[in-house]
Design a protein around this ligand. Structure first.
Ligand SMILES: [Zn+2]
Length: 213
């Protein structure tokens, strides 16, 4: 089965993709990795990609599609690809279908991890660290553990964190660019939303139920 996995930054998408790779012997396809590995291979296409990236430009859909076609066409990865954060547009989504059809494959499952913006915010602004042992917890999500911490709960301090605006802007960009694709893909019966605020194991177990059908 081929899978598409979506999720905003901070939703644990990378962790879940890794778990699927390990548990079910999948190949994780992210366009960033494909581009980097092509550059490393020093092919003609790789050199072209390197030039585009070094100028700070975006690599065209045409090049991305070419690389995806190579992977989809490889027998090694047949029916066990996780598309990680791809497609990013409806055009890419339609083209992916064309490529898959060419090799008699399809997307079997689309999974979208959903995490509300305020949870992402709390994950960052709630971070506190024990001054004595450096343990980092979250004042919103780890209330019990903080109370029971052996060093004492008074040793927890909040460190200044400039990450918030960066993470939130990445979250907003994700929502904006991915929404049309999700709206498009959610019309299919193979589309599943999973609460991304659940524990890692709980999310993984839900994904497993889709994969074991
Ligand atoms: Zn401590």
């Amino acid at each position: 089965m081929n899978i598409i996995l979506f999720g905003p930054p901070g939703a644990g998408k990378g962790t879940q993709a890794q778990l699927i790779v390990k548990k079910h012997n999948y190949f994780q396809l992210s366009t960033g990795d494909l581009l980097r590995s092509e550059v490393k291979k020093n092919t003609e296409l790789g050199n072209k990609i390197e030039k585009i990236i070094s100028k700070g430009n975006f690599v065209s859909d045409e090049i991305v599609n070419k690389l995806i076609k190579q992977t989809v066409g490889s027998l090694r990865f047949r029916d066990r690809i996780i598309f990680d954060g791809f497609p990013r547009s409806i055009d890419q989504s339609k083209h992916l279908d064309v490529i898959l059809k060419e090799f008699s494959q399809k997307i079997d499952i689309v999974i979208s991890l959903v995490v509300p913006r305020e949870i992402i915010e709390k994950r960052i602004i709630g971070r506190i660290t024990c001054d004595k042992c450096n343990l980092t917890l979250n004042e919103y999500f780890n209330k019990e553990e903080i109370k029971l911490h052996p060093c004492g709960e008074d040793n927890f301090v909040k460190r200044k964190d400039d990450n918030l605006s960066i993470v939130i802007s990445r979250y907003d960009i994700y929502q904006k660019t991915t929404k049309p694709v999700l709206d498009f893909l959610s019309k299919n019966s193979n589309f599943h939303e999973i609460d991304g605020t659940l524990e890692i194991e709980e999310i993984s177990a839900k994904i497993d139920t889709f994969l074991n059908v």
